[in-house]
Write a protein that binds this ligand. Structure first.
Ligand SMILES: [Zn+2]
Length: 65
């Protein structure tokens, strides 16, 4: 019998923060269209069309603190 590990789940890179994130149950219907690791990243992307990813990363870090 084969155990299914978490690492077997599909992974994607967040377009905002660049971190990889794994498939989640809540995304099972629209995984193909998921581009961000979190709602916060999704909003950050849609509210400000910043092309410089370093700027976005800095903003994300500031919000974290
Ligand atoms: Zn993210």
């Amino acid at each position: 019998m084969k155990m299914r590990k978490k690492s077997d789940l599909p992974n994607k890179l967040c377009e905002v923060c660049g971190l990889s994130f794994a498939w989640r149950k809540k995304w099972e219907k629209d995984w193909a269209s998921v581009k961000y690791c979190s709602e916060r990243c999704r909003r950050a992307r849609s509210s400000a069309s910043v092309k410089n990813s370093m700027d976005v990363l800095a903003i994300a870090l500031v919000k974290h603190i």
